[in-house]
Design a protein around this ligand. Structure first.
Ligand SMILES: Nc1ncnc2c1ncn2[C@@H]1O[C@H](COP(=O)(O)OP(=O)(O)OP(=O)(O)O)[C@@H](O)[C@H]1O
Length: 259
């Protein structure tokens, strides 16, 4: 299997001397094309930093990030901006849609920013793919949270990116809507061959992925293939992640929601 993204010995140190924080401490991993990976770990374990470095939003202190055949450390900011626009899709917890634009305009924005015109039918196909074929002329404020996240996913898919990075994509959604969004991401990987990397705190969300990578103190702390919510929650408990009440209660209330 070819890789969409490959990280080799990625190290990220924030701050200097006395207040150095080692956020990533030599992470080596790969994300194969068409795979759906969840990244989990206790708070502060380096999940966001890993996502930022893999997406070219932050520079590792050392190590290599290869996105398709682009070595990110060798690219300048202009090249990185173009690469992010063309080859990477982003989905955030807070949707990040532009309120003054219609659904269709939001979805085509990455192409327009890249100076490309959407091919005929491409936008409608992307909206159909996320189940919003009839809502193209609405504004985001006229849609539910789950529908807004579907627009964000259509926007991420529109450039046919090498990889979609999703940061807590279901964090602002109720359990049922969250499941629909996760199933949509899962189908995008399984049926359409889209590569997806998702940071989450939620074992149920992680159970939709093909593989879960665990981080602890900036290092890989194992992985699970064909995860279930129970196996993920058990691994997270062993990593000492569920010592504050929020993830524990979410894992507990969602437990019946696993596949
Ligand atoms: N800009 C920064 N400056 C200094 N330290 C930082 C910065 N960003 C992150 N860190 C530190 O790096 C470590 C890893 O942070 P990161 O946000 O990647 O963790 P995380 O696993 O995503 O956490 P959470 O689950 O709480 O969002 C933490 O100790 C954090 O305080």
């Amino acid at each position: 299997m070819t890789d969409a993204v490959r990280l080799t010995a990625v190290r990220k140190v924030y701050g200097r001397r006395d207040n150095e924080v080692v956020a990533l401490d030599g992470v080596t991993t790969r994300f194969g094309r068409g795979t759906f990976t969840a990244i989990m770990g206790p708070s502060g374990s380096g999940k966001s930093t890993l996502l930022q470095c893999a997406a070219g939003l932050d520079q590792p202190t050392s190590g290599s990030v290869l996105l398709e055949d682009h070595e990110l450390s060798e690219m300048d900011e202009t090249e990185l901006t173009a690469l992010r626009r063309e080859r990477i899709g982003f989905v955030f917890q807070s949707f990040n849609l532009l309120p003054v634009l219609t659904v269709r305009q939001n979805v085509t924005l990455p192409l327009r920013l890249a100076g490309r015109r959407p091919a005929a039918g491409r936008v409608s196909a992307a909206l159909d793919q996320v189940g919003l074929g009839t809502r193209g002329h609405h504004r985001p404020s006229e849609l539910s949270g789950g529908q807004q996240q579907r627009v964000a996913i259509a926007r991420a898919l529109i450039t046919d990116p090498a990889v979609i990075f999703a940061d807590e994509p279901t964090g602002a959604l109720d359990t049922r809507t969250a499941r629909d969004i996760l199933a949509l991401l899962q189908r995008s990987a399984q049926d359409a061959g889209q590569t997806i990397v998702m940071v989450t705190h939620d074992p149920v969300a992680a159970s939709y992925a093909d593989r879960v990578l665990f981080l602890a103190d900036g290092r890989l702390a194992g992985e699970l293939r064909a995860p279930t919510a129970e196996s993920v929650a058990e691994r997270m408990t062993r990593l000492g992640a569920f010592t504050d009440e929020r993830p524990l209660s979410r894992a507990g209330t969602n437990r019946e929601g696993q596949r």
